[in-house]
Design a protein around this ligand. Structure first.
Ligand code: S3P
Length: 428
């Protein structure tokens, strides 16, 4: 449990940076590569703890996976090559590993057990076990299938039609992974648009999937083909430096080759609305949208964030709350109850820790209200074991007069092991 002393730099952040690969895309590339036929080479893979948990689980299922620098080579031999694991599948801190693997294993004709860390043990799983039971799989867990450890005996799935009760890409993806193995056509209805990396990747791996309005349709029994995947920089990681550049006077930062999938760019929309000076240069290429994001120090205005924008920026809300402390006027974040079931209760964590630094921030039932602009001061704070809370507080330390002491700073390794090195490069 590391406590880090973080001090304000003597000048703004300047320079270029390529943030590490997208977490959601890295997980999915290993999963699809493992069940596809033929080799999959993943470039710019995120070597964070969560994605390494996914690799470790698929190795336990018998897949040969090699890490070569920042590339991952997966030797896919088709769905049927996965074998019953003799050990528990350890999903660590990763909700994406746990939930997407549940869907994938629901179609495999063997028994498996999944267990993660203390944070995973508190996160709701019924949202996935319930729809998977409708496919006909045998799946159970603590408290009627709501919590880990989870046990699955999969196989013989029958396609079904399901309306998502929560806007969750993890639940949608688990259903699609099961649907790929089911007999018949599976339909998923999404009340609000969530990240669509699974749908895009099914196509990249040679599969077929259609979308009509809010309904996604997928035929079962599809064999996928191994491919080469380039993982764009993670906009959720870039968000910390976008915020840092906007709030530290004298900053100008260019974030190269960042993912710009429109189901993920809510933070850009919000920052532009708040008055941030930004320039986006999109590049052409195959697969996911990608481009460079330039951000400069800016005078910011408060705003209101809610509704269908929430899924497009759900992971960025902690750092947006920090941004709002530096904006004139009031920022209201609503319709974001999902924050309570992330790696921590992110409403409580953000409000508690930013208050210690002197922010005017109050929790509401479904979000928070922040009044700016407030000058922040140093204090002892804690990541709550949550990577995004840790990085939010580290960015806050760039504008506090006295040092910030960040407890449990090692949580940042979950999604961004080079975070402090990269920050150092921009502040040197
Ligand atoms: C993710 C989906 C989101 C997000 C998480 C990653 C994914 O979760 O918060 O960090 O890769 O599908 P929900 O689907 O639970 O909203």
């Amino acid at each position: 449990m590391d406590t880090r002393k973080l001090t304000k730099p003597s000048h703004g952040l300047n320079g270029e940076l390529q943030v590490p690969g997208d977490k959601s895309i890295s997980h999915r590339a290993v999963m699809f590569g493992s069940v596809a036929e033929g080799e999959t080479r993943i470039h710019n893979f995120l070597m964070g703890e969560d994605c390494l948990s996914t690799i470790a689980c698929f190795k336990r299922l018998g897949v040969k996976i090699d890490i070569q620098g920042d590339e991952v080579l997966v030797e896919g031999k088709g769905w049927d090559s996965l074998t019953e694991p003799s050990e528990v599948l350890d999903t660590g801190n990763s909700g994406t590993t746990t939930r997407l693997m549940m869907g994938l294993l629901a179609g495999r004709p063997f028994h498996s057990v999944m267990l993660g860390d203390e944070s995973i043990a508190k996160r709701p799983m019924k949202r996935v076990t319930d729809p998977l039971k409708l496919f006909g799989t045998k799946i159970d867990g603590r408290e009627e299938g709501n919590f880990t450890p989870l046990s699955i005996r999969g196989g013989n799935l029958k396609a079904m039609r399901y309306t998502l009760p929560v806007a969750s890409a993890q639940v949608k993806s688990a259903i699609l992974l099961a649907g790929l193995q089911a007999e018949g056509v599976t339909e998923v209805i999404e009340p609000e648009r969530t990240r669509d990396h699974t749908e895009k990747m099914i196509i990249e791996f040679g599969g077929e999937i259609d979308r009509e309005g809010d309904t996604i349709k997928l035929r079962g029994g599809q064999q996928l083909k191994g491919t080469s995947v380039y993982v764009p920089g993670d906009i959720s990681s870039a968000a910390f430096f976008m915020t840092a550049a906007a709030i530290v006077p004298g900053s100008r930062v260019m974030l190269k080759n960042t993912g710009l999938n429109e189901t993920r760019t809510g933070i850009i929309e919000v920052m532009q609305r708040m008055g941030a000076k930004m320039e986006i240069t999109e590049k052409t290429g195959a697969g996911e949208r990608i481009g460079d994001i330039l951000v400069e120090f800016s005078e910011l205005q408060g705003t209101e964030i809610g509704g269908e924008l929430i899924p497009a920026l759900i992971d960025e809300i902690p750092v947006i709350a920090l941004l709002a402390t530096q904006a004139q006027g009031t920022t209201i974040i609503k319709d974001a109850e999902e924050l309570k079931v992330k790696e921590t209760n992110r409403i409580d964590a953000v409000v508690n820790e930013l208050k210690k630094l002197g922010a005017d921030i109050e929790a509401t039932e479904d979000g928070m209200i922040i009044k700016g602009k407030k000058s922040l001061q140093g204090a002892e704070v804690d990541s709550w074991g949550d990577h995004r809370i840790g990085m939010t507080l580290a960015v806050a330390s760039l504008i506090t007069e006295s040092p910030v002491f960040l407890g449990n700073s090692e949580a940042i390794n979950i999604s961004y092991p080079d975070f402090f090195d990269h920050l150092g490069k921009l502040t040197d």
